[in-house]
Design a protein around this ligand. Structure first.
Ligand code: PEP
Length: 250
């Protein structure tokens, strides 16, 4: 099945409002006419200005996180409605940094994904194994379990719209990329699991690879049958570099 590629930038805790605006000005013309969905996830402080800078362009706004509750006493958190307010199309949930540094569980990630769908924001749900799990041969069972638990609450009728990001933790920000064959093996297993969970919709769900994706390795990753996009950290901070990734097919 032909799935439209989706390339997303995760800036993490980087870029001021001015830097985000300057990025948009440089980047948007570089990717005009790209045959892919493209999204930028700035820090929360830059969502509003970046949303304005991207308005009318084909580049979408994404959040790096969300809280599942609609409002209330959750100091420091941001609700799905607030992301609607600034124009987000997507939100990353369950990034490994949130899971490992902030103790987020599959159940919490599942609640976030469900809350996003209620407000019509598409979740980018991250999964991925640690180096110890890979070395112990547990990658496929662990990632399969994360998929089932993290997607447990999404509306079945909209399952085809969720985006999954497979990000082996040992490849994030380390310069170590899974080989295309290693990544494809896990993506195929994820696809099989998605089929068991959601039937035919599993074929339509886009699965991004993340972990040290760069302009010079994106094409061979994207050539794999079950890799439908990339979630990019470090190499997305520079507009020329991220534009080259978006234009992976020339
Ligand atoms: C990420 O954090 O989602 C990521 C993939 O980072 P990097 O590209 O820097 O490995």
């Amino acid at each position: 099945m032909a799935r439209r590629p989706i390339l997303a930038a995760n800036w993490k805790m980087q870029k001021t409002t001015g830097e985000a605006e300057a990025f948009a000005k440089d980047f948007v013309p570089r990717v005009a006419g790209a045959e892919a969905d493209v999204a930028l996830a700035p820090p929360a402080t830059a969502l509003h200005v970046l949303g304005r800078a991207l308005a009318g362009s084909a580049v979408a706004l994404a959040a790096q996180n969300v809280h599942p509750e609609p409002k209330g006493a959750f100091t420091g958190e941001i609700s799905p409605d607030m992301l609607v307010d600034v124009g987000c199309r997507y939100a990353i949930v369950g990034h490994s940094e949130r899971r490992t540094l902030f103790g987020e569980t599959d159940e919490f990630v599942a609640a976030k994904a469900a809350a996003l769908f209620e407000r019509d924001i598409l979740p980018i749900v991250c999964v991925g194994e640690s180096l110890a799990q890979r070395e112990a041969g547990e990658t496929l069972s662990f990632v399969g379990g994360q998929i089932a638990a993290s997607l447990a609450r999404i509306p079945e009728a909209r399952a085809a719209e969720v985006i999954v990001a497979y990000e082996p933790i040992w490849a994030i920000g380390t310069g170590k990329t899974a080989t295309p064959a290693m990544a494809q093996e896990v993506h195929a297993a994820i696809r099989e699991r998605l089929g068991q969970l959601f039937g035919a919709a599993g074929e339509a769900i886009r699965i991004q690879y993340g972990g040290s994706v760069k302009p010079d390795n994106v094409a061979e990753l994207m050539a794999q049958p079950d890799i439908d996009g990339a979630l990019v950290g470090g190499a997305s901070l520079d507009p020329e570099s991220f534009a080259a990734i978006v234009r992976f097919n020339g």
